[in-house]
Write a protein that binds this ligand. Structure first.
Ligand SMILES: [Zn+2]
Length: 149
C-alpha cells in the first residue's frame, strides 16, 4: 500500500499542527486496537463462563429429574465451557459410555440432546438392536481414560 498523502499546508504552524494530528492518530491506532483486543478477550471469557454455567444447569436438571433433555447446550458450547464429554447409557442394556464431543463429526451447532438418537450402543448393534442412548451428564473428563489407540 502506498503511504497516504496529506497535502502539505502552506503555513509553518499548520504544518506543525498537521504533524501533531498525524502523530495522535497513529498513537490512537495502537491504543484503540489494544482496547478492542482487551474487550474481545473479556467477552470471550464471559461467553466461556456462560457456556460453563449452561452445562452445569443442564447437569443439575438431568441429575434431579432426568430431563427434559431439550433444551441442552450445543456441542461447541459444551466444549467451550470445559464440558467436552457426554456420559450416556444405553437405554436397553444400560452399558455406560463416555462420548468425546470434540471428536464427533456432527456440526458443532448440534444440541447435545439431539445426539441421544444418534449415538448407538455397539453391543446392542451386534445383537441387531438400535436402541437410543439415555443422556446422563456432561463432564470435563471421561470417568475412565479413553483406551489408548
Ligand atoms: Zn446396549
Amino acid at each position: 500500500m502506498a503511504p497516504k498523502h496529506h497535502p502539505t499546508p502552506l503555513s509553518g504552524s499548520d504544518r506543525k499542527a498537521l504533524g501533531k494530528e498525524l502523530g495522535k492518530a497513529r498513537a490512537m491506532t495502537a491504543i484503540l486496537g489494544s482496547q478492542s483486543a482487551e474487550a474481545r478477550a473479556k467477552g470471550e471469557a464471559l461467553i466461556k463462563q456462560a457456556d460453563k454455567l449452561l452445562c452445569e444447569s443442564w447437569n443439575e436438571k438431568m441429575w434431579a429429574d432426568g430431563g427434559p433433555v431439550d433444551p441442552s447446550p450445543t456441542i461447541d458450547q459444551a466444549v467451550n465451557g470445559g464440558y467436552s464429554w457426554l456420559e450416556i447409557e444405553c437405554s436397553r442394556c444400560k452399558t455406560k459410555r463416555d462420548v468425546d464431543l470434540a471428536a464427533l463429526r456432527h456440526p458443532p451447532t448440534t444440541s447435545v440432546h439431539d445426539l441421544a438418537s444418534r449415538l448407538r450402543c455397539s453391543k446392542c448393534a451386534k445383537a441387531g438392536r438400535r436402541p437410543g442412548a439415555t443422556l446422563l451428564q456432561l463432564t470435563g473428563r471421561p470417568r475412565q481414560a479413553p483406551p489408548e489407540t
